[in-house]
Design a protein around this ligand. Sequence first.
Ligand code: A2P
Length: 342
Amino acid sequence: MNVAIVGASGAVGQEFLRVLAEQEFPIDHLRLFGSERSAGSLIPFKGKEYEVELLSEDSDFSGVDIAFTSAGAGTSKKYADVITKHGAVMIDNSSAFRMDKDVPLVVPEVNPEDALDRPRNIIGNPNCTTIQMVVALKPIHDLSPITSVRVATYQAASGAGAAAMKELEEQYAAIVRGEKPKVEKFAYQLAYNLIPQVDVFVDNDYTKEEMKMFHETRKIMHSDDIRVSATCVRVPVMRAHSEAVWVETERPLEISEVREAFEKAPGLVVSDNPAEKEYPMPYDKAGQDPVYVGRLRKDISDDRGLSFWVVGDQIKKGAALNAVQIAQWLIANDPRFSAEKQ
Ligand code: A2P
């Protein structure tokens, strides 16, 4: 495969490189792109250095099979044609095209076949909070259709990019030195704080992030009956997101059958033993591939309800790993790529 990464210097871009190496993704040629800020700089990959190219209207993507893009929605919109016009499949981590009807939105554990129908050669990588939630929702939905989801998220600094992670670190260091922490990437100081706003507010007083969870879940799970009410909160954690989830299904489910379905579900690891204080936490799940689920119990406020806790690394399964898994699925299942392999 000839692979391009757009946004290679960023938090997700760097993770693309780590995941491609970890997964031993078959790469013949690799090209890296960025803005003026990183163009010309050298980025190492598997013992070689690659120069970052400036992304422009004149960039030539001919010969590229798969382009992983994570450089913001504006950049994706501006350069989608440049990237895809010679046939490259653009797997886009931004929100630019996720809800477009002619762009599939894919989580390989849930709806991999959708990736085959991509008239614009663009595949959307869903929002990080949605990805880790639907990996846990899918096995429940297969037991009995889900009618509603209520979720509170605890979102790490990584979701706001590499500079935001640095800002959180520097805020703690400044506080220890007795100095006033610098606030640039977040609306408020995040150190020792929680910010109950991720992205901008929309007309119904939810935020855009919360409405992404509503719309993207329906699209990925092919169900307009699921309603998702989310409260998204930024927390002073570095890179794994956590979510408290309350689900209502059409028929009441036994905890034992849900646990069994969770245990069999791809990409999901059950970490749930209250007697031993065992449950997933962002601190020890950062950097891990799977989505972890724990605290599974009946919802005592709802006969058809369940409650559980989900943790997933935002940069890995929430972004880079999911995108790479989409590409791996295409290589294994899309006749275009199987033909190229032979
Ligand atoms: P650069 O560093 O060259 O500006 P993060 O999400 O961690 O903040 O990273 C954002 C990524 O998107 C960076 O790699 C950044 O590259 C890239 N990027 C931002 N704007 C553009 C652009 N106009 N063209 C290409 N890459 C861009």
